[in-house]
Design a binder for this molecule. Sequence first.
Ligand code: NAD
Ligand code: ZN
Length: 248
Amino acid sequence: MPSSALDRLKTLVEGARSAVAFTGAGISADSGIPTYRGNDGLWTKYDPAKYADINYFRRDPEYYWRFFQEVRYHVLSRAQPNEGHLALSTMEQRGKLTALITQNIDGLHQRAGSQRVIELHGNSRRFPCVDCGTVDTLEEVFARLDVEFPPCCTSCGGSLRPGVVFFGEMLPPGAMEESTEAASACDLFLAIGSSLVVTPASSLPVIAKEHGARLVLINNEPTALDGMADLVMREGASEVLSAMRLAQ
Ligand code: NAD
Ligand code: ZN
């Protein structure tokens, strides 16, 4: 990675009064969690247009639960936070990061120690009952699949669903408002590992920029917003963030 870009990043972070980070699937790629466009054989056997879509889930819930049993559970239960997650947690501890907004559903930011995490798309480690709201854990639900498929709520026998925002659903109440407020108030916005094509989340870097923040994009491929950024680092997220962390 060019040292001039890293130096510029460090200068921007050091000079920031209030930074906000916004993360996507790319930050968790080094933790072994494929992005939707990943090439992993088993993962691609299942189609996100089916396992991540609310209408499909209502029509054929077994498809989701097979995907969960065969793939997602194993990926999630093995995944550990990487240097990228840890660097953002350190930034928060140092008082540099006022909010961490994520599109990810893997819970790895919290596991890395980040306290203020706004999850725009929910969390795939939680399973609320659609009837009574009781929440089951990843391990409980996985264990139950051997005896009951699809699994039901242990309190009321109702239907369980993953605590994620499916395609075709609204974002959790307040999440976008809280994110917009954080993006409007910050003076540095770091967008990390996101293709910036999923709306409305991809509007957040634009909002930050319109309110005068510096915009840094860290992504290993071009993004939709490269043209408006103050700094574009086309690198691996954990590589850049760990280099930044060592300098903190
Ligand atoms: P995306 O798949 O659209 O984009 C990911 C981006 O990360 C791509 O541009 C890719 O080039 C880049 N990338 C891949 N590896 C990287 C690395 N090591 N370092 C830096 N960049 C890297 O993901 P998105 O923008 O988050 O949006 C898609 C949706 O996918 C979201 O709604 C999210 O909920 C969901 N999703 C989440 C997870 C997760 O929780 N880990 C995984 C897959 C998909
Ligand atoms: Zn219930």
